[in-house]
Design a protein around this ligand. Structure first.
Ligand code: DC
Length: 223
């Protein structure tokens, strides 16, 4: 019997649009390696802050980037980033990181430092015996894997997204982060041609995941 093809699923969308929960559900359903690239930007931001770098001072960012090496630790179905051999902790969800991450993520040099790292996750998934890769972020379908087999774009009403973050116990100004992430020059958050747009405002995670899974299995014609 021919072996199943390796698939790449790209999920982009604003803060709290439902990317992580649905990416995790798809990774479980199809045995895909899950890469949460927002956590990579958060980890780098925490590291920049730890080193005293400022997003307004490019030289300080370049100097801090030059001191770090990146690695991946696969835990279950999740590809976690290691910075200089260390897994980042809960500090990546802190108020300080929430406020700083969009500013650091707008810096092309910092984005470049993650480019081949993120593409390399496809090899990590193959080497790990996964059936594919599901990667979530802001520029996955536009920049990282424009040829992904499936490209989804999730969005939801901003008030509902703030509520989701509050339920997670986080203070996160999602509309402000989206404004910064959508208006930056390099790899802005945007709905690219050919991506499947899903409004998650009134849907449960299971409903969104079922919809996406049906599309992946080819049961539902692409809207
Ligand atoms: O998905 P998240 O909210 O954890 O992402 C945190 C920030 O990282 C987000 O505000 C913008 C940045 N980011 C990015 O610029 N590109 C990505 N592919 C993923 C995240």
């Amino acid at each position: 019997m021919p072996s199943k093809p390796f698939i790449i699923v790209a999920i982009d969308g604003g803060a709290a649009s439902g990317k992580s929960s649905t990416a995790r559900a798809l990774s479980e359903r199809f045995h895909l390696l899950h890469s949460d690239t927002g956590s990579y930007y958060r980890a780098l931001t925490a590291e920049m802050l730890r080193q005293g770098a400022s997003a307004g001072d490019l030289e300080s960012v370049k100097a801090a980037l030059a001191k770090i090496t990146l690695g991946t630790r696969v835990e279950g179905r999740s590809a976690r980033i290691e910075i200089c051999g260390r897994l980042p902790g809960e500090e990546i969800r802190s108020k300080e990181v929430n406020e700083a991450v969009s500013h650091f993520a707008a810096i092309p040099e910092l984005r470049n430092s993650l480019l081949s790292y993120q593409r390399g996750q496809a090899e990590t998934a193959r080497d790990g015996g996964f059936a594919g890769l599901v990667m979530e972020g802001r520029d996955i379908g536009s920049v990282i894997f424009p040829d992904a087999d499936f490209r989804f774009f999730l969005h939801a009403d901003p008030a509902e997204r703030e509520r989701r973050r509050l339920r997670q116990g986080q203070v996160d100004r999602v509309a402000e982060r989206d404004r910064l992430d959508s208006s930056r020059k390099t790899a802005p958050l945007s709905l690219t041609a050919g991506a499947i747009s899903v409004d998650t405002t009134t849907l449960t995670i299971a409903e969104v995941a079922d919809l996406m899974a049906a599309l992946i299995e080819g049961k539902t014609p692409v809207p």
